[in-house]
Design a protein around this ligand. Structure first.
Ligand code: FEO
Ligand code: CA
Ligand code: CA
Ligand code: CA
Length: 601
């Protein structure tokens, strides 16, 4: 960022007003266009998308459903050319098929659903003077789906807890599911979080062993049928038939996008939970630190400090080494203390503005050694158990129950770390954990953003709340001390990104203020700290994900457009992006300044 000159006072665009339009809206002087949408070809032999005649074979070569994370990796030697890497978090079959019967899905529909998950790698080419991106058939283009082979590495790999009939080694998994957010590593790979994997596994209620039942329950696994009913066609999704298959999901996945034949890895040293994402910071002495939130009400924030150092360069040997960085090191969970605990009285009363702060410690849970052995640092649990049932380890050491930790991301300019705590409508309700200083509201509908000054490789940190989100006219909101009459309302922060000046950009999921979700900029430093402005809104029913803020373009994923409670195939709530009477399709969007100038400043 050295050639950009001094950090500006803040962002400089006219905020988009909250709205409920069925459109992507950007500020005056900006424009936007779709980059790629569900069903578009990724591989050269993909058939044209035909929404009435889909097949699993076609979907395996086409862009998947419900795009969430997006990353852009520059391709060496090809100006303004990138690999666009996108997660396909989940499928919503009633919005994918005209003839879908939720009680009786066809096998082909199930196979299409499995193929619509995973990730896509697509080469995209920029256009001079704009931020537009056009997909190309490059040699790196790839689909990873729910049947692609992945390798388990780290302390739980090969454990009895991970062995199945199809894989007696406990190291080879078919597919990755519910890949929510992610991060790009400094060594050129992509990290992706397997989040709500519980929804794919049926018949948890058949389990009678109380220890196993407790483990399943702690991960939200309950009941008989799943909503998608994949278990009818593949018994690995049936816990009664294959009790360990579920333990092979809920990991951080690492993908080398520069080799389309590479086997993606699930790193068990980073623990198993509903990983929103993983994001890496490298300290001055080269220590590699990865942060990850567990997106569930009252769940925890984690970090992993590697004992290995990154090898520079992009040789295959360096890549092979660097893809083991997250296999050896120590996994920690966060415990926070507020410095005004007596000002939270259990009814959600707020401390004075600017006093939402405190300190914290990282409690070690698991050490993965250089030689492949591992030690549990939690009484009463083995190393394998800590890796596979990490939530239970966090429970035992008294980690702090947070309001749904979504993206947990270091600012590459300042090194401070930010966590989007999206909401928690159960906080303080019906005997659940009461408000505390970092999670200061009961029945928290709008969420907050935590700023952490971390001793990255160490065990202590300090924290402050940057934003307490919601309608700025309400007394229970806080915008970093900035004048609340001058900010955009923001609700349910989910994904975080940083521009090259170190401003924070936040995309939202589930706006509880009655308008559509969107993308916001937040100034972090200087007199305008806390100034929050809406840059973009997404269509009806969509969440905004995967933001990337480059100097000349913004990229967002528009996930689940049209998925409102009362919408259906016959009565779509959105016709975005194709217009007319079309069905909505999840898509990636690029936005840019019409005069080709720098985004936001
Ligand atoms: Fe998939 Fe936590 O959002
Ligand atoms: Ca989502
Ligand atoms: Ca998310
Ligand atoms: Ca979310």
């Amino acid at each position: 960022a050295g050639d950009l000159g001094p950090v500006p006072d803040g962002t400089n665009f006219t905020a988009v007003a909250p709205n409920t339009d069925d459109a992507v809206t950007v500020p005056e002087g900006y424009e936007n266009d779709v980059v790629i949408r569900w069903g578009d070809p990724v591989l050269p032999d993909a058939p044209a998308f035909d929404i009435g005649n889909q097949t699993a074979t076609a979907q395996e070569k086409q862009f998947g459903f419900n795009n969430d994370f997006a990353g852009l990796l520059p391709v060496d030697g090809r100006p303004d050319t990138y690999l666009l890497v996108v997660n396909h978090e989940y499928t919503t079959e009633p919005f994918m098929f005209a003839d879908y019967d939720p009680d009786d899905p066809t096998e082909e529909q199930v196979r299409i659903g499995i193929a619509g998950h995973g990730l896509s790698v697509v080469q995209v080419k920029g256009e001079p003077g704009t931020g537009r991106l056009t997909p190309e058939f490059g040699e790196y283009n790839r689909r990873i789906t729910g049947t692609t082979e992945l390798l388990l590495t780290g302390p739980a790999a090969g454990s009895d807890l991970l062995k199945t009939t199809a894989d007696p080694t406990g190291t080879r998994v078919a597919g990755t599911f519910n890949n929510c957010a992610g991060g790009l590593t400094p060594w050129g790979t992509v990290l992706s979080g397997e989040e709500n994997f519980d929804q794919y596994f049926a018949n948890a209620e058949s389990v009678t062993d109380p220890v196993v039942a407790e483990r399943l329950a702690r991960y939200g696994l309950e009941g008989a049928d799943t909503e998608r009913k994949w278990e009818r066609f593949d018994n690995r999704f049936d816990i009664a038939a294959e009790p360990n298959e579920v333990n092979r999901f809920g990991w951080i996945v690492e993908i080398d996008p520069w080799d389309p034949n590479s086997v993606p890895v699930k790193h068990t040293a980073l623990g198993r939970f509903k990983h929103e994402a993983a994001t890496v910071h490298i300290t001055g002495d080269g220590t590699v630190v990865s942060y990850s939130g567990d997106d569930e009400r009252f769940d925890y924030m984690y970090k992993f400090v590697s004992s290995r150092k990154m090898q520079p360069g992009n040789s295959r040997a360096a890549m092979r080494h660097n893809m083991t960085l997250l296999d050896a090191g120590t996994l920690y969970v966060a415990k926070l203390s507020g410095d005004h605990p007596d000002e939270i009285d259990g009814s959600g009363r707020l401390p004075e503005a600017g006093e939402f702060r405190g300190s914290g410690e990282w409690i070690p849970l698991l050490r993965a050694n250089e030689d492949g052995s591992a030690e549990s640092l939690v009484d009463g649990m083995s190393a394998e158990e800590v890796a596979v049932f990490t939530r239970l380890a966090g429970d035992r050491v008294g980690a702090t129950k947070m309001d749904r930790p979504e993206d947990f991301e270091p600012n590459p300019v300042t090194g401070k770390v930010y966590v989007a705590l999206t909401n928690n409508t159960k906080r303080g309700v019906d005997g659940a954990a009461p408000a505390d200083e970092a999670n200061p509201r009961e029945n928290n509908k709008n969420g907050q953003v935590l700023e952490i000054d971390d001793d990255h490789a160490g065990t202590s940190f300090t924290w402050t709340l940057l934003l307490v989100c919601g309608d700025p006219n309400e007394a229970d909101t806080y915008f970093g001390g900035f004048d609340k009459s001058q900010v955009s309302p923001i609700s349910c922060p989910d994904n975080l990104a940083f521009d090259s000046y170190g401003n924070l950009w936040i995309s939202t999921d589930g706006n509880a203020l009655g308008s559509n979700d969107g993308l916001f900029s937040v100034v972090l430093d200087g007199p305008r700290r806390g100034e929050t402005k809406q840059f973009l809104t997404v269509p009806i029913g969509a969440e905004t994900c995967g933001p990337i803020v480059q100097d000349g373009r913004v990229v967002v994923c528009v996930q689940h457009p049209g998925e409102t409670d009362d919408a259906s195939w016959a009565s779509p709530a959105s016709h975005w992006p194709d217009g007319g009477d079309s069905q909505p399709r999840p898509a990636v969007v690029a936005a840019w300044k019409s005069d080709g100038g720098r985004i936001g400043v």
